[in-house]
Structure formats: C-alpha cells, structure tokens
Design a protein around this ligand. Sequence first.
Ligand code: 28G
Length: 680
Amino acid sequence: MEEEKKTIVNENKEDDDNLIYKIEEVEGEEELEKADEHYDASNIKVLKGLEAVRKRPGMYIANTGEAGLHHLVWEIVDNAIDESLAGFCHNIEVTINKDGSISVQDDGRGIPVDIVADSGLSGVETAFTVLHAGGKFGEGGGYKVSGGLHGVGASVVNALSTWCEVTVHKDGGAYFVRFEDGGHPVGHLEKVGEADDQGTKVTFMPDPEIFTETTTFNYETIKTRLRQTAFLNAGVKIILTDLRGENARSDTFCYEGGIKEYVKFLNSSKTPINANVIYCSGAEKVTLINGEVEEIIAEVAMQWTDTANSNGVYSFCNNILTKEGGTHVDGFNSALNRTVNSHARRLKVLGDKDDNFVGDDCREGLTCIISVKHPNPQYEGQTKTKLGNTEVRKVVSNIVSKQLDQYFLENPDQVNLILATVKRAANGRMAAQKARETARKSSLTITNLPGKLADCSSKDPSECELYIVEGNSAGGNAKSGRDSRTQAILPLRGKILNVKKANEARIYNNAEIGNMITAIGAGIDSSFDVSKIRYHKIVIMTDADVDGDHIRILLLTFFYRFMRPLLDGGYVYIAQPPLYKIDYKGKPYYAYNDEQLERLKKALNLKPGYPFQRYKGLGEMDAEQLWETTMDPQARKMIRITIDDAAEADKIFSDLMGDDVEPRKTFINENAKFVTNLDI
Ligand code: 28G
C-alpha cells in the first residue's frame, strides 16, 4: 500500500510546478489503474481543495490583511488547545523565527501517524491537506475550538503557506513531513528517528502572494491573543518567543485561576466593590430532541468595580469571543437579575413599592467573563458571533442562580456593597432619564445647533467632517481655514468632564458634552443611533502636549462609554498636526515626527544648526497653515481609531484613566493594536 502511493506522488512531483494544472487534466482520464483509483481520486480532490483555498482565501480566513495573517496562527494554536481540552496537552510554545516563519509546539499526544482509511494518507497528511479534516476532531466527545468563525483547520494554513513542516513525536518515534507551494507534500510522512516524549510541532511561512499587505507577525497581537487563550484555559502554559531582531523577547502565560484571574487582570486599574472575584461553574448533560446527549460546561467569573459602565460582560464559547452574545449571555443576565432583585427585596434595598432593578443597573461596574464549552456550537447573528444553542440558556442560568444566591447568602458584606452600587446605578438611570426628557423637550422646540458650532453647508453626512478643536483660538483658525462646505468646527473650552467618574445626569448637563451630543445629532448611550450621525468623520484635534493628550483621552473615553458605535464603525479620527516647520528659501516645510525632521534636514541639505520651529500648540499656526498641514484632505494625515477587542480596549481606557500620567502619554504612540495608522 505505502509503496504504491509513494510512486504516484513521485510521478506527480516530476512536474511539480504545474501539479494542480496537471491534475485537472488527469481528472478527465479514465485509464487510471484500478489499484490507484481511490488514492488518485482523493489526491485530486485534496489538491483541488487546497487550490480553492488559495483562489478564494476570503472564504476561509477573515481577509488577506494583517488579521487574516494572524488567523493562521490562531488556527494552529487552537488545534493545540483542542488537545489540551482533551486533557493531554499542558504546554504550548509559539515562536516567531528569525526568518519570519512561526512555530507552534505542543506536548499533546501527537497527531496520529497511522493511515486514515478515507484518504489513504497518514493522519498528519490528512489534517494538513484535506479541507475540513479538522471537522472530525471533535467526534468522540471532545471539545473543539476550531470550527468556530474561522475554524477551518491546518489544511487552510498549509494552503496559504510557501512551506510548512510538521514534526510529530508519538509512541517512541519522531515523524516528519514538509509541504511546499501551498500545500504540496514533499514526499510522505516519514519516521526520522526515535523520541521519548510526545507532541506536535508545526512551522509555516505565510505566502506573500496571498498576504500581499504584510507577512510580518505582530508580537503584540499574538501576545494579547495568547494571554486571552491562557486565561480561558486554566493551567495551560503558553510561551511566546520572538527571535527576530536584536533582542529576543519572550512572555509566558499560565493562569491556574483561569477566568477568575482574567477578571482580576481586566480590573487591575479599577477599584473593586467585592474584594474577591465571584466564580460559578458547572457542567450539565443535556438530552436533545433527537436523543443525543451533550455535555455543556459553563463558568462565570464576576467582580463589580466603581467604574461607571454596564458593558463589561465578555462571553466566549469554546474559547471564541462571542461578540454578539447569545444564549449563554441571556442565561447569565436572567440569573443575575433574578438573584440581585431577590436579595435586594430580602435586604430591603428595594421597598415594596419600588420597581425591580433593570439589567443595566445590575451590571453597573460589573466585569464578567462567561465561558462555555459546547461540543456542537451553533453561531448566529450578523457576524456569526452569537451563540444560538437554546439549551445553553438554562445551563448557565441554573449554575449562576444557584451559586450566586449561595454567595450572596454567605457574604452579607459583599452583597450589601454590590446592592449599593446597583441602587446608585438605578438612581442615576432615573435622574438621567429625567434630564434626557428635559433635553428632548427643549430640543423639540428649538432645533438649534450649539452656538459655538460652525457647521458645514453640506447636509450629506458621508462627506461631512466634524473637527472638535481644543481651545477657542485654534478653533477660530480652524474656522477660517476650513472648507466650509464639508468641514464643521466645534471648539472645546478647556477640559471636558471626566466621564469615568461623573454620573450620567451630570454628563447630560455638562455644556461641552451637550454641544457635542447635539452637533453629532444621533443621541447618546442606549438611545444612540449611529445611522443618524451628521458627520462620518469626527476628528479630534488637540495640541501635541500633555493637556492635548488628556483631552483626547477624555473625548475617546466619552465616545467609548456613550457612543460606542462611533468607534465600532470607525468614524473617529485623530488629527495629526505637524510638530516642526522649517522655512527654506521662502517656502515652509513640515515634519510630523522626529524621524521626518531628520530626513527633511538631509533632503534640503541643511547645515547643522539651521533654525526650525517646534510647534507647541495648534494656536501657533495661522488659519492657512492649519488648513495646509492638518485639515486639507489631500495633504493631511489622520489616525483612525478602531476597537479590535472590547475587553482589551476597556482595559486600556481604565489604565489611561488611572492616576498615572505615563500610560496616557504613550497611548497614541505605542498602542498599535488599538490605534491603526491610516493615511488619508
Ligand atoms: C503544534 C501545533 C498544533 C494536535 C493532536 C492529537 C490527536 C489528534 C491532534 O487527533 C485525529 C480524529 C478522530 C481521533 C488524538 C492523538 C487521539 C489520539 C490525537 C496540534 C483522532 C486528530 N492521539 N494534537 N489531533 N482524531 N496538536 N498542535 O495540532 O479520532 S492535533
């Protein structure tokens, strides 16, 4: 058997370059030898499959940009995590190699090396060449991470790599196979030696023909994801190492406390209400209508803080972030409401005549991780990130109801603190509602925009821009310098309210914020409707100094907490005024950073000591300069703010809002994950 197959592959290899092409021709031929028919047919299918992946990578990974590139890594790491969920892998090492390839190694059982009947190939080759071969991995009661949104298996990674090598240590042997040019095997899986340990190692080089934007792995991106993976899989040790560049970097993640530690981490710069993270967990077997029995594991970790925010609940199914929530979140919410209200009644925090607390009240300041493991998850929603399995709702709600109730009974001090927070939230909500109603009434009679706003004449939001400008004088210059057809200017006087600390009613009554809400014109908080925004670019323009940084953070925090869809939709930008100006032969030259300044000096051939101006604030530029350097859509540079990962973003904000000045300063420059550079 083995020998026959080798012959065929070697034959094909003679014309390796055109292997796929050649095989398409072969497909029509019916003269194939009987014995090889089965193998050849599946080989054709395999290579056609891999070719399909290369033709339309977008069907298998998010995109062919940086996100898609990193999906390859998640894909392989997820397979190692599956092996750890099965109980056999405890250590995972991820190494970015000097040549730019990446290796993932686990100490699991090793991918099977025996021949798989269906494909006639070894388990390893099957996994790396047959599309969706991964789909079977979960059979037999395992929990599969892959199979989620982009869980498409090792074969997709292989198809999108210039080369890929797999080493397996298993049952005393060391086995090796290499693939090239999008998944073509170079020979077969071979026993290359002995081994006294077990595990799998995969190394691959992403194909620059596919990933045309970049093939450079981002250490921070991988680090954040692996840390999250370690939090979600208690006890698994994940080591990330970067061998590129001068100094090797390395981070190790291992959390015995799992999601409990995740909550602690997310709250590390917030002030907790309940000192210890509350943890509920359990597993339930559910019999489906078709008689199948599935076991669902659920865990929830929660801690309230004094930070005003009711969106701190993050949910996962099989380690995949379920951004749109789903039945596990519904189950949690109903249990939380029931339990909080029943204890509020018992402890007379709610009187007989009072209405129940609503969901937002109960979640005020709450940071919560919900993690379920399900053998057969169904995803729904616009982005397929909403868990749909109805049986999960009851499982989570039962576990949380029972265990949170118990905790509240056993910890009277904690429950009182939590209920006080919930009550404060309810009071704030009611006051805010009143303030909102008053605001609505007055805005019904006067459809006036704020007096300070210099609006643009176009009424087409897609071409309109709102510049929020620090200080009245810069605001004046921006107003004279702008393109008044599409650019509106709203000057801000001094500092705006720190919304992290202010309560909601105060926010509605704050003049600067009120101006912003009316100018943007889409409401606020739960009534915010992004389809109504009057400008598709909201540009924050502040000085390049500490005060400017601070105002920018306050504005971003405000958007984050009260107009989140603005950030989700990528409508928020940061203007980039130049830092330096050199006057040379009667013409101004601008530089936006130190590196550019040096390049400019060289390009102009300036003698050392040639004078240049360092802009301290926007006010130092006249209207024309401000237009030329910072506002002219043809010439300006802006940074678009995006939120990749809400949990991380909230943490970043909390860090920034803390008392340290340093993290704020480095925010824009160093948080590449949070801020993506965009030339416009
Ligand atoms: C290092 C990077 C990525 C993996 C395993 C281990 C097994 C396995 C993987 O089996 C095939 C099909 C259904 C059982 C399972 C080994 C059972 C016994 C495994 C990885 C076999 C898949 N021995 N480790 N796949 N199933 N690590 N790491 O990919 O029937 S994938």
